[in-house]
Unconditional design. Structure first.
Length: 745
């Protein structure tokens, strides 16, 4: 006979152990507050080795392939306590069903943890992360993560595999779409905002989810921009460029880290003790748990640093990985490794404690079904409030790249020919990793434009995204000739960026550029609506199109947001969080490069430059136009000479000299002119997004401290050095307005 009881620690561990031996079912252990051992430790004393290893095992539901189902073997694993977390299982009904099995049909009744890739929205889909970063609006970025957490938690989820905080300086790499771009300072702020948004102020609140900083580490530095490829960089580059956003996430309280697929300097990240223990835990003090990416422990065999999966599991576990995602390596081999003395029970207890502590923090032991409320789910998903905010974020994410002869905004009375494969393509608007987003819920450019004008709009696809078929060109040309203006919706498909979507060429795929040239030939004004998940090389469009709007993949409200900007209901304010190259041969290209001993001189062949293209990018980091214009004057610094203990106030007058009210992202960069090691030509250190009415001015001030001037010196000590610096303030990373200052001992 099995007896299901509620255990209180005051009965004593002897009694509970005895009941366990008899086969009694002990669930939802409750320990009075103030007890030294606590509920988690009480459970650890009751668990068998197999049950402990179960907590270290994460398996997928079959949802993505077949809908809300799970293999019978996985359900049996839940019942036997051999799996402690599930991903790709969502909706309140389905997660509740699986939770019931874990809580009511297992020996100890430990609740499951449910995870999912909620990257830029759950059901209400926001712009892809790179696009959202183009808003330079940290409050909106945090709020979009909060909305995503609210929706995801209403659908039974406890955990999101986000934010991705990888620095990406190579646009060939598809996963540039998932992060905040190339700049370290900005990426740190975005990481903090997204962690706060997902996790909120109280993890026990039922509308929060735990966040996961990924992919740890240096995943964005893959050689040749090829996903999953080798990373070989110096410790200086690792610590200056790739680690700071992860440290920022940790300091913001992120509860989990995910390892990356790549090796780092010869050691795969999932078996890299330097990353997982020496830096993450010992140096930074991280106390959450570490999960692998999908089967990355198994993949160490192919990397070639272990002989088999058992050895891979031992290396991964002893290096600091707590949870194995989908690979079943811990599931299959960890008990054997304990028997052989390769892994200790104490090490396993430490990892299990970390995971159970998170479940406790979420309140799952008090109420395992607290996320299982279909009525809340129905009221939350795709609510009017969420969709309105998605529209607001989407239009803030649009970047105006060109506006020749003020072709934008468009007169609502003009006849429009909407041309291109992305003019009415609902699915593509979702972008990569779009959670539970459904294409049918997306507003296309065609629908968005039609909702805001009664003028004639003719839509012609013209060509497919990636084919050689030109048969639609004639119809597109006919429509363009009959219209007053051409809106050309072109770019990439949603699946052309993201994971496993690296591209060796980053121009327009297929015959889309030829279609653009045909539209330009008509002589009608042509405005390009560019949709993409990475910086693209579009030099011909940059020279020949009349207007270009970079719209990324904007999500559920894409069409409405595009129409808002196109017709002038919203003045674009986005700025590029990544550099756009002129061609792929310039890659990698980023604004904070270092100088060389032979800086470019166009009159001297033997200097650092190309023979066939200028060194400068097509569009620099931080670039973005407005329907109005802004003038920067009166740059002031309160202390031309300062000490480490001083604060430096930098102010600049910004005047709206155009005909529209508008927002401007005022950006401050510094350059360390002489260091014990070479320093970048510029580094972003502050910015502020300000609204200025036409004809009005605002004085924008920034306060810098010695912390803003620190770097890793020649001895790899993070410190300041006395010397000369130059401060630049302006509208993008090419800002020319500057002042020199000096740091003294």
């Amino acid at each position: 006979m099995k007896i299901k009881i509620t255990l209180f620690f005051t009965f004593g561990m002897v009694l509970t152990a005895f009941l366990s031996i008899l086969g009694c079912k002990v669930s939802q252990a409750v320990v009075p507050e103030g007890n030294g051992m606590g509920r988690v430790d009480s459970l650890l004393h009751l668990m068998t080795l197999d049950e402990k290893i179960g907590q270290l095992t994460l398996f997928t539901s079959d949802w993505v392939v077949t809908g809300p189902t799970m293999r019978d073997s996985y359900k049996e694993d839940i019942k036997s306590g051999r799996v402690g977390s599930i991903f790709n299982a969502h909706t309140a009904d389905y997660t509740c069903e699986l939770q019931r099995i874990s809580v009511e049909e297992t020996r100890l009744g430990i609740p499951l943890l449910f995870g999912y890739d909620v990257i830029h929205g759950y059901k209400t889909i926001f712009p892809i992360s790179l696009g959202e970063a183009a808003s330079w609006d940290l409050k909106s970025i945090e709020k979009s993560a909060r909305v995503a957490a609210d929706e995801a938690s209403s659908a039974g989820l406890h955990w999101t595999f986000a934010p991705m905080v990888d620095i990406a300086r190579d646009p060939r790499w598809g996963r540039v779409s998932e992060g905040a771009g190339e700049d370290v300072y900005y990426a740190k702020l975005v990481a903090e905002a997204r962690v706060r948004g997902f996790q909120g102020n109280d993890l026990r609140a039922p509308n929060t989810v735990i966040a996961c900083a990924k992919h740890y580490a240096a995943y964005g530095a893959a050689q040749a921009g090829r996903d999953y490829h080798t990373v070989d960089i110096s410790e200086r580059t690792l610590r200056e460029i790739y680690l700071p956003p992860f440290k920022a996430a940790q300091e913001a309280g992120v509860k989990t880290f995910m390892t990356s697929f790549n090796e780092l300097n010869g050691v795969p990240a999932s078996g890299n003790k330097m990353l997982l223990t020496d830096i993450l835990r010992d140096e930074w003090g991280f106390d959450g748990f570490v999960v692998t990416d999908y089967t990355s422990i198994n993949e160490m065999v192919d990397h070639g640093n272990v002989a088999d999966e058992k050895e891979a599991g031992e290396l991964s576990f002893t290096s600091g990985v707590d949870m194995d995602m989908q690979g079943a390596v811990y599931y299959n081999y960890l008990a054997q490794s304990v028997a052989e003395g390769k892994v200790t029970v104490e090490q396993i207890d430490r990892a299990v404690r970390r995971i159970l502590t998170i479940k406790e923090a979420l309140g799952l032991f008090d109420d395992p079904y607290r996320y299982c409320h279909p009525s809340r789910q129905a009221a939350t998903l795709l609510s009017d409030k969420n969709l309105a905010f998605a529209r607001e974020v989407a239009r803030k994410s649009i970047v105006l790249l060109k506006n020749k002869n003020k072709v934008l905004p468009v007169d609502r009375n003009k006849k429009i020919a909407l041309i291109g494969p992305l003019g009415n393509a609902q699915y593509e608007l979702l972008g990569s990793w779009h959670g539970a987003g459904d294409a049918k819920d997306c507003v296309t450019p065609l629908t968005g434009l039609q909702a805001q004008t009664t003028a004639e709009i003719t839509y012609v696809k013209g060509c497919d995204l990636n084919s050689e078929d030109r048969s639609g060109f004639a119809e597109a040309t006919e429509a363009a000739n009959a219209a007053d203006i051409v809106v050309l919706a072109i770019g990439e498909g949603a699946d052309m960026s993201g994971e496993a979507a690296s591209r060796s060429e980053i121009g327009l795929p297929g015959v889309q550029l030829e279609l653009a040239k045909e539209m330009i030939k008509t002589g009608k004004p042509v405005i390009v609506i560019l949709m993409n998940g990475r910086p693209m090389a579009i030099p011909w469009l940059a020279e020949n199109a009349d207007g270009i709007l970079e719209t990324w993949f904007l999500g559920s409200q894409a069409g409405n947001a595009i129409a808002d900007v196109l017709f002038g209901a919203y003045n674009p304010s986005g700025k590029l969080p990544v550099t756009f190259p002129r061609n792929v041969g310039q890659v990698p290209i980023f604004y904070y490069m270092k100088n060389t001993g032979r800086p470019m001189d166009p009159n001297d062949k033997y200097t650092s430059k190309y023979l066939d293209v200028d060194n400068s990018p097509l569009y620099p980091f931080g670039f973005g136009l407005s329907y109005t214009t802004f003038n920067y004057t009166d740059l002031k610094v309160n202390k031309p000479v300062f000490k480490v203990s001083d604060e430096i106030t930098v102010s600049v007058k910004v005047t709206n000299t155009g005909n529209y009210d508008g927002e401007e992202v005022v950006q401050l960069y510094i350059r360390d002119l002489v260091g014990s090691v070479t320093r970048p030509v510029r580094e972003l250190k502050a910015f502020e997004k300000v609204f200025i009415e036409k004809g009005k001015s605002k004085t924008v001030s920034f306060v810098l401290t010695a912390e803003d001037f620190k770097f890793f010196d020649i001895d790899m000590k993070y410190t300041t050095e006395p010397g000369d610096f130059e401060i630049f303030v302006g509208t993008n990373s090419d800002a020319s307005l500057s002042k020199k200052i000096k740091l003294v001992d």
